[in-house]
Design a protein around this ligand. Structure first.
Ligand SMILES: Cc1cc2nc3c(=O)[nH]c(=O)nc-3n(C[C@H](O)[C@H](O)[C@H](O)COP(=O)(O)OP(=O)(O)OC[C@H]3O[C@@H](n4cnc5c(N)ncnc54)[C@H](O)[C@@H]3O)c2cc1C
Length: 392
């Protein structure tokens, strides 16, 4: 990729809504992405290689457990700082942000919220430092949007549980040291458990040939009579609400992350349009390209305001799951639309790896599907405002 010339748009002076700490945290992440992610990410994506060398850097900028208390190795930051870190990382690449989201919200969060003190002490500091990489197994081959129908199960064998089943589309799976897995017990109740690499009967085959999130490793989790020690069950919450609580945190981070991807596409298109001369003038001087660019900055600004407000609600413990769904859905669609428009602004150059836009565009096709599809988030808003579920 050519040199990273990114300049973040702030059309409504939103920096004035941020504290000094927010800006420090964000700028540190922004600099790190420019220095460590931008130079290697295009190659990693082209080769479909997970850039494992950046794990320690992600830990250093506080991307693993930004809001987890410092006593467990987290950064002890608020929800706005967490969001800003996700925004900056996804400005670099959605796959890298996925790695951080999974580690923080889908592995560290459930251990922190639903685990006992021993589990927290055992796993959280290692996950925060990047010594351990984690993954989150909810989706199954036959249960995606409807995870409550899962068939992966545990049987109580007295001194341990026996785990059987399979999970699919699991980010980080091929490299993960531990997996937070959701399985039904004999009463049909969903329980969370920690499965460790090396347990007999546990394998994590990689999923190949993705055109999206190519710099993020995806795989399956296969459980064939895996013996799970009883101390690996997360004791403090069960039922579908437990994994959904993790998804709230991850979806909130995605809402911010999508703004980062959109900013990068807009910034790239704006610069290119001002430099590219056709018919003896910059294409930025044409009404058609100005319409595209003006609509991009308008949508980014609206998303920034929506998401900042959501962050303040989360800081006050007042954000609802439905509000998070609305922001995730709106912002990812916004980013995908901007990526598609921005790619056209670059003409043929837009399809090359010289620029980040096509990579963002392909990545966002996963982001609009995972952590609840675009349709499902609409149905969540529909349920919230009407009180009537339309899932079935
Ligand atoms: C790259 C990638 C990484 C992922 N990482 C993880 C991970 O780390 N952990 C994990 O557990 N999962 C992960 N997922 C899985 C992801 O969360 C699921 O793909 C997602 O929940 C959708 O499930 P599905 O693909 O089975 O689609 P389906 O549920 O089969 O949906 C197919 C289509 O039908 C629509 N649909 C479904 N139900 C309804 C309904 N009631 N009304 C109207 N339309 C409906 C959907 O919106 C969609 O358009 C990942 C997916 C991808 C692509």
């Amino acid at each position: 990729m050519s040199q990273d010339l990114f300049q973040a748009p702030d059309y409504y002076q939103l920096d004035e809504l941020l504290s000094e700490e927010h800006i420090l945290v964000r700028d540190a992440a922004r600099e790190w992405v420019k220095r460590e992610v931008s130079p290697i990410i295009e190659d990693a994506a082209q080769q479909a290689k997970f850039p494992i060398s950046i794990i320690s850097g992600l830990a250093e900028i506080g991307a693993f457990g930004p809001y987890i208390p410092e006593e467990y190795g987290g950064a002890g930051l608020d929800q706005i700082s967490y969001g800003l870190i996700m925004q900056e990382i996804e400005r670099g690449d959605s796959g890298v942000r996925s790695t951080a989201s999974v580690q923080s919200s889908l592995v560290m969060y459930p251990i922190w919220k639903y685990g006992n003190e021993e589990q927290k002490q055992k796993y959280l500091p290692k996950l925060a430092s990047g010594e351990y990489l984690g993954c989150f197994g909810l989706t199954e081959p036959d249960h995606g949007s409807n995870p409550g129908g899962m068939v992966t199960n545990i049987k109580d064998m007295g001194d341990h549980y026996l785990l059987n089943g399979a999970k699919m589309w699991i980010s980080n799976a091929p490299f993960a040291d531990i997996a937070v897995v959701w399985a039904k017990n004999e009463e049909g109740r969903i329980k969370g458990l920690i499965v460790e690499r090396g347990m007999e009967g546990f394998t994590t085959p990689e999923t190949h040939n993705k055109w999206s999130l190519r710099a993020s490793a995806t795989g399956e989790l296969i459980f064939d009579n895996v013996k799970i020690p009883k101390e690996n069950i997360l004791p403090n919450k069960d039922g579908l609400g437990a994994p959904l609580g993790c998804l709230d945190s991850a979806r909130y981070g995605i809402a911010w992350g999508a703004i980062g991807a959109a900013m990068d596409c807009y910034d790239t298109a704006l610069r290119y349009a001002k430099e590219r001369i056709q018919f003896d003038k910059p294409i930025a001087a044409t009404q058609l390209q100005q319409k595209k660019l003006a609509e991009m900055i308008t949508e980014i600004t609206k998303a920034q305001l929506l998401t900042w407000r959501l962050g303040t609600l989360r800081n006050d413990g007042k954000a609802t799951s439905a509000q998070i769904s609305m922001a995730k859905r709106n912002n990812v669609e916004m980013a995908l639309t901007i990526a598609r428009e921005a790619r056209q602004v670059l003409g043929a150059m837009g399809i090359t790896g010289e620029y980040s836009i096509m990579r963002h565009m392909m990545n966002l096709e996963s982001v609009i599907t995972y952590e609840g599809t675009h349709d499902i988030h609409l149905l969540i808003t529909g349920l919230d405002i009407t009180g009537l579920p339309a899932f079935k």
